[in-house]
Ligand binder design. Structure first.
Ligand code: NAD
Ligand code: TYD
Length: 356
């Protein structure tokens, strides 16, 4: 048996592939374009493992995807591949349209043709699992209930709009062609191998590097945080037992304002790697110009996944954030390796425009 994962050199995809290889006796084909966010070093621990085959390529390359499907006959495709950073989508939405919309469309087309030609049993067992985000639902008022699966789509950034479009395409391939799809919409993830452009890894890396900790606006925007390994276990559970055509929201019941997250990271670093001058890392916090169109609050209602499939997160925010900070402290070489020229250019472009 074989599964095909796309975007498996990115943050969540790499965690998923590492867990899969550790737990399942099944080959995983890992198709990744290796954009700035893709990093084969995240997969170094399974280098040479016969259960993992890495393929460098684009989900929008129909010929390549058709060839991989024909050669390896996967029983499932799990689509992580995406442009995923809101700030980048504000500076340059084109790549988001190309990968998240056109790429997902081409992938769906190749998968549809492959699935249609499968023999009866294999056709019935086949699944296409699309990994999406809570950001498609838009921003919540402070007292509004958390997003359920039936919440209206109101994407506010080019990133979330492109993910919303991909979700709609996936839905339509089920309703129109009968493709056996599953969709997961997850809250903000954090954990090992997270590229240091997103809030949590950026704060850890900047703090240790003696740099400013740039908090956008008043720092009171709320995100709902889930440890990445819990997201991976939810995807495995939905793949195994989810009802075809259904959407499952995934979240950790961990709503927190950004400033609280940054202060928590500072407190953990104060404990685990105190600054030489004895001061707190929180002295490095700087308030910078807000992100345009910044969503104020996300919160996920994950009760359907718990009720129907018995999934629950294993980590609390307290246990997960400690593990995360400890991972960055013990894997500094990984951080140094991802800080390539293109990464530095991006940081300059993004933060050069923000005044303190
Ligand atoms: P990421 O940016 O870390 O990784 C994306 C991966 O996709 C990279 O390895 C990149 O090289 C690859 N990729 C990009 N374009 C490609 C293409 N055209 N063809 C093949 N590979 C391509 O993203 P992530 O944080 O790991 O997110 C993975 C998925 O989960 C995305 O679909 C994202 O929308 C979704 N998601 C992310 C979060 C989060 O908090 N990070 C939360 C919910 C959902
Ligand atoms: P981010 O990690 O980019 O995820 P998303 O925008 O997809 O939720 O940002 C998380 C929150 O942290 C978001 O409200 C923006 C804020 N933020 C900062 O305050 N400073 C930063 O440097 C970054 C990257 C994000």
């Amino acid at each position: 048996m074989t599964i095909l994962v796309t975007g498996g050199a990115g943050f969540i995809g790499a965690n998923f592939v590492l867990d899969w290889v550790a737990q399942a006796d099944e080959l995983v084909i890992n198709l990744d374009k290796l954009t700035y966010a893709g990093n084969v070093q995240s997969l170094a621990s399974i280098d040479g493992n016969p259960k993992h085959l890495f393929v460098h390529g684009d989900i929008a390359d129909s010929a390549l995807v058709e060839k991989l499907l024909a050669e390896h006959q996967p029983r499932a495709v799990i689509n992580f591949a995406a442009e995923s950073h809101v700030d980048r989508s504000i500076h340059g939405p084109e790549d988001f349209i190309q990968t998240n919309i056109v790429g997902t469309f081409r992938l769906l087309e190749a998968v549809r043709a492959y699935w249609k030609a499968l023999p009866g049993d294999a056709q019935q067992a086949f699944r296409f699992l699309h990994v999406s985000t809570d950001e498609v639902y838009g921003s919540l008022a402070p007292d509004a209930p958390a997003f359920t699966e039936t919440h209206q789509y109101e994407p506010n950034s080019p990133y979330s709009a492109s993910k919303a479009a991909s979700d709609h395409l996936v839905r339509s391939y089920h309703h129109t062609y009968g493709l056996p799809v599953l969709t997961t919409n997850c809250s903000n993830n954090y954990g090992p191998y997270h590229f240091p452009e997103k809030l949590i890894p950026l704060m850890i890396v900047n703090a240790l590097g003696g740099k400013g900790l740039p908090v956008y606006g008043d720092g009171q925007q709320i995100r709902d945080w889930l440890y990445v390994k819990d997201h991976c276990s939810a995807i495995r559970r939905v793949l195994e037992a989810g009802t075809v055509g259904e959407v499952y929201n995934v979240g950790g019941w961990n709503e927190k304002p950004n400033l609280e997250i940054v202060n928590r990271i500072c407190a953990l670093l104060d404990e685990l790697r105190p600054r030489a001058d004895g001061k707190s890392y929180s002295e490095q916090i700087t308030f910078v110009t807000d992100r345009p169109g910044h969503d104020r609050r996300y919160a996920i209602d994950a009760r359907k996944l718990e009720r129907e499939l018995g999934w629950k997160p294993a980590e609390t925010f307290e246990t997960g954030i400690r593990k995360t900070v400890e991972w960055y402290l013990s894997n500094w070489q990984w951080v140094e390796n991802v800080q390539s020229g293109s990464y530095r250019e991006w940081v300059e472009k993004n933060y050069g425009e923000r005044s303190e």
